[in-house]
Design a protein around this ligand. Structure first.
Ligand SMILES: Cc1ncc(COP(=O)(O)O)c(C=O)c1O
Length: 459
């Protein structure tokens, strides 16, 4: 057996060959997807409904999903560990969630007036995240956008702080320094603010100051240099758009202390981590008190949703008209019915125990394979989330992440896909999500595919 000590170029050649082979298999299995794509390209820009649904070698067109499985339009079955970018924590067509949606659909789905479910959802979120008041949104982007508007409106300041490499959605203030490459990104301990997308004016980019993750000294320097002009900081408390990067011990506590000392508000973006990492997300797990929590994704059980929770002070500012948090579809009855079922009927202690059992199985199984094949990789899991990170040493921030060869993740993704497990595309940036409907057999299918990948890699 070859070992991790063989030189990097050998792995590169091997990975290129594996990707070539597996992409051929992938395309051969999906002629109907290719046909749909051809038709779609005439009426949908790029043949798809979001630019991030376009990925190599081609978009996968889905027919339906039930329980832990999804089925493509060619009839292939997959254990779904993509979960629609982590939104499907309840699994597909969960009877309680589908039932709540159906029942609501037959009583009217939209009035732009509140329904009782909204109060039940807000009360439940307050008990999970420890923030007393809530408002609803239609996506994670809207949640982080309102969080930033609110922090600016409340403090009367323009600057915000964001962590390098974090993704918080596609509005202007956070489309800064997401996946940028050298040489534009500046020094590691004082990253530059760089537009992460076209269409973002430089004047707005300049209002977002960037810090490296897990670096309290850099945060302190930035806060001291701009103490009177920073409204707030937004942070994903466990970074989940760089695989999975946890905070160093004491980092989140340090962020909370420093922001308080400088009179700067703190928003936790728990759009991904929210309900997937535990009953009250990272906020509860780490016992930190942010001023705002942003949620979306798994809250709606597959229906578009978002939410922000805040302290009395901040939410009173909304209540008194200091900031108008608005939207035609906010608190939409269909979304609220789905969220009510998700929170009060599905995501209970039994569900989290089941997820924990699967987490352990996947983590220990994958770790054993990494050891057996001496792969330059490690496993990170937390709650329903997990990733195999193809780096011999643990990643602590975006600069570490940049150095990881994405071909490992793409080749692994292809092996899983052709072996009937649907991981999220976008390689090293993403992680799996298991649902409350996943089974031990599902986890075993993942591990069997990972073993095949490892075997091919070191052959
Ligand atoms: C941490 C985080 N925040 C915000 C968003 C934006 O959410 P949405 O795609 O629902 O707008 C995402 C999306 O992936 C995310 O991962």
């Amino acid at each position: 057996m070859a070992s991790i000590r063989q030189d990097a170029r050998d792995f590169g050649d091997r990975l290129n060959a594996m990707i070539f082979e597996q992409e051929k298999i992938f395309l051969a299995r999906q002629p109907n997807s290719a046909r749909n794509q051809g038709r779609a390209e005439r009426s949908l820009a790029g043949g798809t409904t979001s630019s991030w649904q376009i990925h190599r070698p081609q978009a996968i067109w889905i027919s339906h999903g039930v329980g832990s499985k999804v089925y493509d339009v060619d009839g292939n079955e997959y254990v779904d560990m993509h979960g629609g970018y982590g939104a499907m924590l309840v699994g597909h067509a969960h009877p309680l969630v589908a039932g709540a949606i159906a029942e609501r659909a037959f009583r009217g789905t939209h009035f732009a007036q509140p329904t009782e479910d909204a109060v039940t959802v807000a009360e439940n979120l307050a008990s999970r995240f420890g923030l007393p008041q809530w408002r609803f949104e239609n996506s994670g982007t809207e949640a982080t956008m309102d969080a930033i508007h609110l922090m600016r409106a409340y403090t009367g300041r323009d600057l915000i702080i964001k962590v390098e490499g974090s993704y918080h959605g596609h509005h202007d203030s956070v489309q800064v320094s997401v996946y940028q490459e050298p040489p534009d990104i500046g020094p590691a301990d004082a990253p530059a603010s760089v537009a992460a997308s076209s269409g973002i004016p430089q004047a707005i980019v300049a209002l977002t100051k960037i810090v490296p993750f897990n670096d309290l000294a850099a945060l302190e320097r930035l806060l001291e240099a701009n103490s009177d002009s920073i409204a707030g900081m937004i942070i994903e408390p466990v970074m989940m758009n760089l695989g999975i990067i946890p905070p160093d011990q004491g980092y989140l506590e340090g962020v909370r202390t420093l922001t308080r000392e400088h009179g700067v508000l703190l928003a936790f973006d728990e759009v991904k981590t929210g309900l997937t990492t535990g009953y009250g997300g990272i906020t509860k797990l780490y016992g930190i008190e942010p001023d705002i929590v942003c949620l979306a994704k798994s809250l709606g059980g597959g229906v578009p949703c978002g939410a922000i929770g805040g302290t009395h002070e901040l939410m009173d500012f909304i209540a008194s008209g200091g900031y108008e948090q608005v939207g035609t579809f906010n608190g939409n009855p269909l979304t609220m019915a789905a969220a009510r079922a998700v929170l009060t009927q599905v995501l209970d202690e039994t569900a989290y125990n089941r997820i924990e059992q699967l987490r352990k199985l996947l983590a220990t199984g994958a770790e054993a394979i990494i050891r057996e094949f001496e792969l330059p990789a490690y496993v990170r899991t937390i709650g329903a989330k997990g990733a195999i990170i193809f780096s011999p040493t643990p990643l602590r921030n975006y600069r570490d992440f940049l150095a990881v060869d994405n071909r490992f993740s793409h080749a692994h993704w292809l092996f899983q896909h052709n072996g009937g497990v649907f991981l999220p595309p976008w390689g090293k940036a993403e992680q799996w999500t298991v649902s409350v409907q996943h089974t031990v057999e599902d986890a075993e299918r993942f591990l069997a595919n990972f073993r095949e990948f490892a075997t091919a890699l070191v052959a």
